[in-house]
Design a protein around this ligand. Structure first.
Ligand code: NAP
Length: 329
């Protein structure tokens, strides 16, 4: 249809969500829910699209921008945008949007659940019952580590970090945090304590990572860092896999440098079934489900649609990443 913008959605999402887009534009969609779009099809669609609604699994890079002559906006269904070359998009005046805030509490619920599962050995316990291995009671049978009155160290005290801190305080935990910028208001409001990275690593019983993946945070957790953690401490990563050097994490878990790990994210996703991390009893592994509640995923999709419609109507979107593009609007 002449002159209607073209929006391409890179994964199957419900008709009820995209119907709003259809009132305004031609909409194309990769019609699979589980399988990511092949690269060649994505590039072909990008050639003609005015807007892309993308998932974390798509690399939105210079190669894609080179072929996209009409592209005005990329709305990513995530708060993280490490799959997108934002600098390159900004140079080309292409708006990049993410989905902050709507997923904060859901992701915090998952992060705290993972901490509980890891500390209290809940996955092992479920397996023991399921496999008929529950034969008797004994004093240290499946004894884990306490959560209450322990110290939680949050590296990356942003929206999700603060929401996890609230949950932890309800469990009588002491909360330390580390950011590049101190947050005095948060300290007063929540009663959390700022710590250097080194102090946090050494003093925490649970170290929870919630920074974005950036050049600065990539490889932040190395052998040296794991060595400094308490041997009884747990490493919980709900941010992005490459923030820890995976081989160093495996080493720390095998050598007993740390007590265990709870991981929602990995270097390669989906993780291969024969990956060494999946063969360690002291690892709880989840398939990147931080924001995966029906309510929140639907809210994220709606926010992506709002952002796309705003940009295509020459309005400021709700949640742009490259805000500098709107300084004069
Ligand atoms: P946010 O509000 O932007 O918070 C990120 C925090 O990280 C900020 O407080 C920032 O503070 C801190 N930070 C950034 N670089 C840092 C560094 N080099 N060292 C220490 N702290 C640093 O983001 P959010 O909404 O809480 O989300 C955080 C991340 O969680 C996302 O980027 C995403 O990767 C991940 N996530 C994962 C899932 C999942 O499904 N597993 C779901 C949602 C989000 P300063 O700028 O002061 O350093």
């Amino acid at each position: 249809m002449a002159n209607k913008p073209y929006i391409y959605v890179t994964r199957k999402i419900p008709e009820s969500v995209i119907s709003r887009l259809k009132n305004f534009a031609e909409v194309g969609m990769w019609n699979r829910e589980e399988t990511p779009i092949p690269r060649d099809i994505l590039l072909n669609e990008a050639k003609i699209a005015d807007a892309l609604l993308t998932m974390l699994s798509e690399k939105v890079d210079t190669e894609l921008f080179e072929v996209s002559t009409n592209l005005k906006v990329v709305a990513n269904l995530a708060v993280g945008f490490d799959n997108i070359d934002v600098e390159e998009a900004t140079k080309r005046k292409i708006v990049v949007c993410n989905t902050p805030d709507v997923l904060t509490d859901t992701t915090a619920d998952l992060a705290f659940s993972l901490l509980l599962m890891t500390g209290r050995r809940l996955v092992e316990a479920v397996d023991v019952v399921r496999n008929g291995e529950w034969k008797s009671w004994s004093p240290y049978f499946l004894a884990g580590s306490d959560i209450h009155h322990k110290t939680l160290g949050i590296v990356g005290m942003g929206s999700i970090g603060e929401a996890v801190a609230k949950r932890a305080l309800g469990f009588d935990m002491q909360v330390l945090y580390h950011n590049r910028n101190r947050k005095p208001e948060t300290e007063t409001k929540l009663g959390v304590e700022y710590a250097s990275f080194d102090k946090l690593i050494k003093q925490s019983d649970y170290v929870l990572v919630l920074t974005p993946l950036t050049k600065e945070t990539k490889g932040m957790f190395t052998k040296d860092v794991f060595k400094k953690m308490k041997k009884s401490a747990f490493f919980i990563n709900v941010a992005r896999g490459p923030i820890a050097v995976e081989s160093d994490l495996i080493w720390a878990l095998k050598e007993g440098e740390i007590a265990g790990a709870g991981l929602d994210v990995f270097d390669q996703e989906p993780i291969n079934q024969d990956h060494p991390l999946l063969h360690l009893d002291n690892v709880v592994a989840l398939p990147h489900i931080g924001s995966a509640s029906v309510e929140t995923r639907t809210a994220m999709m709606k926010l992506c649609c709002d952002n796309i419609l705003a940009v295509l109507n020459n309005e400021k979107p709700k949640t742009p990443v490259n805000k500098e593009l709107f300084q004069k609007i």
